[in-house]
Design a protein around this ligand. Structure first.
Ligand SMILES: [Zn+2]
Length: 383
């Protein structure tokens, strides 16, 4: 028999946590609605064609450069429109004491984010319209194949190129912790190449950890906000969870799922583009890049529709990683206390309403993760 221990009773969510998460959700929903409105306006008022003509003029009629200018103008307009919501998001973190990032540093991050987004979007758009021009029949299949290569490259390069643009990372210099990870990995017959300290505290007070990279760049990153405030046992529980993602090949599986969805998306895009050209007479040709807002609109709608499904898939993976952690660590207590600490530190809702969890959460609610840990340990405790 076990005693009912205080720490195991899931605390009720505070009004602050509820309010913070509600406002955050509404900001996200507002952002989606704004994007959809912007894209619809571009298409229905003929603004997209106007911007295309400007882009051609700026590029001296060179197609490749015109695509580049068009993407830049579109993204610039979108950023101006969404900047207000971004700022509210920044203020929300400040108001809830979740961030101490200065305004200047935040603005700098916004600029860097915009530039990184522009580089990625420019590569994507150039590839897209290159394939449309050269393979008008099968552009969507060729573009899909190129996108898969891009996904894999991005997953591989993100820890080396993308993340360091925003945060500092350094190899963890904590020998006992590294030893524990090696032992965990040996038990699983696997090895993660590195653990890195993620300097998150300069920008946020929240704690986080993640598995990132592919192949040679595969690594676990642990926020300094976690390393500084959690016991060795708690950090080991977090490490074991991340190792669970590695053992179950979750990054690779997610890329495969993305690949399937992207194939479907491209097929739909090809179908709708042909309708737009032949039936609705919105564009003259496939490679008229004024149709880009239509493609973005389709992918936005697809991702909103699939959000609950993808979140359910993510929660499934998270449960798998949790179970891996339960069987790898000596006791589930540090897992439970790390969950409680994370919830408090990140102002997370431990028990969101069912539909909020179903629609928006990529992780199972904290109370479910704690309940699963308890249920897992019970049969073992009985003996
Ligand atoms: Zn996880």
């Amino acid at each position: 028999m076990r005693f009912a221990d205080e720490s195991r009773i899931v605390a009720e969510d505070t009004p602050e946590a509820r309010r913070y998460n509600r406002v955050r959700r509404w900001l996200e929903i507002g952002d989606i609605i704004l994007s959809l409105g912007f894209l619809l306006a571009l298409l229905s008022f003929g603004w997209s064609a106007v911007i295309r003509d400007w882009a051609y003029r700026a590029a001296f009629q060179n197609y490749g450069f015109a695509v580049l200018f068009y993407v830049l103008m579109l993204m610039g307009l979108a950023k101006i429109l969404s900047f207000g919501l971004d700022y509210l998001g920044y203020r929300l973190e400040q108001r809830n004491q979740l961030s101490n990032q200065r305004m200047r540093s935040w603005l700098w991050d916004e600029l860097k984010g915009f530039l990184v987004g522009f580089v990625v979007a420019a590569i994507v758009a150039e590839l897209l319209y290159f394939t449309m021009r050269h393979f008008p029949e099968y552009w969507w299949l060729v573009a899909w194949a190129l996108f898969i290569i891009l996904f894999v490259l991005m997953a591989q390069l993100a820890p080396l190129v993308l993340f360091p643009i925003f945060y500092k990372f350094e190899p963890l210099d904590n020998e006992p912790l590294k030893q524990r990870l090696v032992q965990l990995g040996e038990k699983a017959g696997t090895r993660v190449r590195g653990i890195y300290k993620w300097h998150l505290s300069e920008k946020s007070k929240k704690a986080n950890a993640a598995l990132t990279g592919l192949g040679a760049t595969r690594r676990i990153i642990l926020a300094d906000t976690l390393l500084d405030n959690y016991s060795q046992d708690e950090i080991e529980a977090v490490l074991a969870h991340e190792l669970g993602h590695h053992v179950h090949r979750h990054i690779l599986k997610s890329i495969l799922v993305q690949a399937g969805i992207t194939l479907f998306g491209f097929w739909v895009a090809n179908f709708v583009l042909h309708l737009a050209i032949e039936r609705w007479h919105m564009f003259d040709t496939l490679s008229d890049f004024a149709n880009l807002p239509l493609l973005v609109l389709l992918s936005t709608v697809l991702s909103v529709v699939l959000m609950p499904v993808l979140n359910a898939y993510s929660r499934f993976n998270e449960r798998q990683a949790d179970r891996y952690a339960f069987q790898s660590i000596r006791s589930i207590e540090p897992f439970i206390s790390s969950m409680n600490k994370l919830a408090a530190q990140n102002l997370a809702e431990r028990k969101p309403s069912k539909w909020v969890e179903w629609l928006f959460h990529s992780h199972p609610a904290i109370w479910r993760r704690i309940a699963a840990a308890e249920a897992w340990s019970k049969p073992r405790m009985a003996s």
